[in-house]
Ligand binder design. Sequence first.
Ligand SMILES: C[S@@+](CC[C@H](N)C(=O)[O-])C[C@H]1O[C@@H](n2cnc3c(N)ncnc32)[C@H](O)[C@@H]1O
Length: 239
Amino acid sequence: MTPAQWEALLYDWHNAHRLRRQRDDTAYWTRLTEPHDSVLVLGAGTGRVAGALARSAERRVTAVDLSRERLARIPRTPGLHPVCGDMRRLPLQGLHSAAVIPYSTLQLLLTPEDRERALRETARVLAPDGSVHIDVSESFDSRSETDWQLSLAEPCPEAGGPVEEWERSRPHADHVAIEKQFRRAGRVLTEVTERWVYHRALDLAEVLARTGFELLGIDRGYGRDSSPHRLVYHARRRH
Ligand SMILES: C[S@@+](CC[C@H](N)C(=O)[O-])C[C@H]1O[C@@H](n2cnc3c(N)ncnc32)[C@H](O)[C@@H]1O
């Protein structure tokens, strides 16, 4: 197994244990996209959200992600089309009626130019009046510096036994770097560094206006009761 395959497997393991207790964003996205027959999920990962959208109705769901290894774990579902590609240069044509950028994915694009490029590309493949819904988190803004600490320890049958996730955080001017190590029986299976841009550094309302969108509203989305740091931006493509 390659480090990237371990990373994809352990991403699912992490979510299976963490999100079970935290929130249910998939029900929210399913409700929100109900009227749409062609939905784009940008940063679809292993299909957690895209799979739920495809299963909920007869429609086309296009799931875009940079990671071939994550996409390889998407369950085969009628109507669900995985596409390996970069949201800054979408390998897509066609007019989708809605786009979802779930689970803080836009905050993984580190420069203002990258975020602007991604939203221009989203506008390009949306129908006139098509909508984009962007899920961001304010929680990274207040992450303090930490040394290595154990953040999760749970069984992982696919890894052949219990796995530990360790992490440490380093705040920078506009983002926080979170290094993660996944260990089994004292051995490091794989390690990753995630860099999350702070919500306050996104200027998302202005970027949406510049990239061809009309902002319709910002709300607490699915996090209203359980994750008060969540914000969902809703915008419509201008004609
Ligand atoms: C936080 S994960 C969300 C995955 C999935 N939507 C979920 O909710 O579980 C962010 C995903 O965005 C992908 N990603 C990061 N940068 C990307 C880019 N430039 N283009 C496409 N996907 C990207 C990563 O590979 C990762 O799978």
